[in-house]
Design a binder for this molecule. Structure first.
Ligand code: COA
Length: 167
């Protein structure tokens, strides 16, 4: 049997329970998953790439067949370098589908033979996004059922530091 590796890329700013759910369900199907933190200097992020990699490493440490990495530039170039030709993405809503369709078609033009596998996000995670979570926590709400308590702690610390720096 051939080993099938996939890449699970994203901003993960911060990683949510929805992201982890897709990765863990992916592990039921694929032999190895590379979770790749995208470094996009034009997207304003609250956590730097190392912090995002560290949070993912903590959340996924029990899985020996998960590798956490980061990349800058085109995803397809990173995949070629890693010799991976399949990407795993979660879809929450119809608007996700439109965005994902464009990305998967563009990626296939850039890297013929490159495949995107979509997994439907579980209903309980379909309303979650990293931006919504940042807003909830910044207004003192709870991250329960959306982010791991460890991520919630990091996010609270980060938002507190940002607020202190602004004042
Ligand atoms: N559960 C919960 N939330 C989810 C989720 C899930 N299963 N899947 C995605 N999200 C949320 C994220 O939290 C994020 O929320 P935010 O917009 O509030 O921050 C949003 O959906 C999109 O996030 P993500 O999945 O991280 O995608 P992205 O759009 O930030 O990045 C890349 C997608 C990294 C794959 C893409 O930008 C890329 O390939 N970049 C490299 C450059 C490149 O090759 N570009 C050409 C592509 S054709």
């Amino acid at each position: 049997m051939t080993q099938h590796s996939v890449i699970c890329p994203g901003s993960f700013d911060p990683p949510t329970d929805g992201h982890i759910n897709i990765i863990e369900r992916g592990l039921e199907i694929f032999d190895h998953i590379t979770v790749a933190v995208a470094i996009n200097r034009s997207k304003k992020t609250i956590f730097d790439p190392n912090e995002r990699v560290n949070m993912l490493s903590e959340l996924l440490k029990k899985h020996a067949n998960v590798e956490i990495d980061s990349f800058e530039g085109l995803l397809v170039d990173y995949c070629k370098k890693k010799k991976i030709n399949t990407i795993l993405r979660g879809i929450r809503t119809v608007s996700d589908y439109e965005y994902e369709l464009q990305m998967s078609l563009a990626n296939r033009i850039l890297y013929p033979g490159f495949e995107t596998i979509f997994m439907m996000t579980e209903g309980r995670f379909s309303h979650i996004s990293s931006s919504i979570i940042k807003e909830v926590i910044s207004f003192g709400g709870s991250g329960k059922s959306m982010i791991h308590p460890f991520v919630e702690k990091k996010l609270r610390e980060k938002l507190k530091t940002e607020l202190t720096q602004k004042n």
